[in-house]
Ligand binder design. Structure first.
Ligand SMILES: Nc1ncnc2c1ncn2[C@@H]1O[C@H](COP(=O)(O)OP(=O)(O)OP(=O)(O)O)[C@@H](O)[C@H]1O
Length: 314
């Protein structure tokens, strides 16, 4: 894997306030990277610097090896930015909007027409191509915003809170689009303070607070970092005290016990690493597994544990 985005010691100050405080971050090609944090954490400022819209006060950011400071045009060409505020023209039709952005990115002629239709189809607005966005719902406007950002098939797509205040249908459409764009080869950076969205679609998550990256990793890694426990529940065809004893003595298992009706619960750290060991013990004692459930603490709990504050109540 190659890092497509590299923040190196990035600083942004407004007056004397460190809005982005020595941010170091690498995002690999092919990731859906979630940038999570409460309002004012510095997410939009970081994204703004990455997109060349805000100057840096220190450090550097590279995209595909090009520096935003010395080669901003190279960087911008690789990026599709879906900004938090809608960046569409209400007096142009949907098609004219997407065409405008396609031309900005240098598309011309037949290719331009193809890509515009493709982008409108992708966001489910091809049948509304001739309508002006003033007649669209909030969710449709956001989808048009996405079409404008992806029409040039960028390597890196940045979405800044794209689902704020929209209907569930458009929200699901957008989340599904993110997955599809990623499958088609784009790396995605997705900022949000909706933890459920980040948990559902992101392969890795960076948690920002007060201008700093306070944690970064897969959900499993973040849980480990915060020292949180996962609960595994196994429904078995029979219970075997010796098997339970062996499970209890596995490293990383904090607690294992029967809760009756053939169900045993295991409280552990890093459940992915010990699952094989537990299944091996069942096999050794000839115990059949009927069902298994895994309950994990969410990002909200994790944020609380890392900062002592809630993500939502900022
Ligand atoms: N142009 C500006 N001048 C002064 N302060 C600013 C400016 N832009 C942002 N800030 C401040 O920087 C801090 C970080 O803002 P930023 O928009 O990056 O946060 P965020 O994590 O994206 O939050 P949100 O989810 O609300 O967009 C905030 O305290 C904000 O008030």
């Amino acid at each position: 894997m190659n890092a497509i985005v590299h923040f190196r010691d990035v600083v942004k100050k407004y007056d004397s306030v460190m809005t982005v405080n020595h941010l170091n971050l690498e995002i690999e090609e092919g990731e859906i990277f979630g940038l999570l944090g409460p309002n004012g954490a510095g997410k939009s400022t970081s994204i703004g610097m990455l997109s060349g819209l805000i100057d840096l006060n220190g450090g550097d950011i590279t995209v595909g090896g090009s520096s935003i400071k010395s080669r901003p045009i190279d960087v911008k060409r690789q990026i599709g930015l879906v900004p938090q505020e809608l960046a569409i023209y209400l007096n142009l039709t949907a098609k004219e909007n997407v065409t405008f952005f396609a031309k900005l990115y240098g598309l011309r002629g037949k290719l331009l027409k193809e890509r515009v239709d493709e982008a409108l189809l992708f966001v489910g607005l091809l049948d509304r191509a001739k309508d002006k966005p003033s007649t669209f719902s909030g969710g449709m406007k956001r989808r048009l915003n996405i079409a404008c950002a992806i029409v040039h098939r960028p390597k890196l797509i940045i979405m800044d809170e794209p689902t704020v205040g929209i209907d569930p249908q458009s929200r699901n459409h957008i989340l599904e689009s993110v997955r599809t764009l990623n499958r088609l080869g784009s790396t995605i950076i997705y900022t949000s303070h909706y933890m459920e969205e980040v948990e559902a679609i992101c392969t890795r998550v960076g948690v920002m607070d007060q201008g700093k990256l306070i944690a970064c990793g897969t959900m499993e890694q973040l849980r480990l970092l915060a020292g949180q426990d996962t609960k595994l529940a196994f429904e078995l065809d029979r219970e075997e005290p010796q098997a339970l004893e062996e499970i209890s003595s596995l490293p990383r298992v904090k607690q294992a016990g029967s809760i009756g009706e053939g169900i045993i619960e295991v409280i552990c750290k890093d459940s992915a690493a010990i699952l094989q060991d537990i299944l091996f013990i069942f096999h050794k004692y000839g115990i059949s597994l009927r069902t298994m459930t895994r309950t994990e603490p969410g990002l909200e709990t994790l944020f609380l544990q890392l900062t002592g504050r809630s993500l939502r109540d900022q």
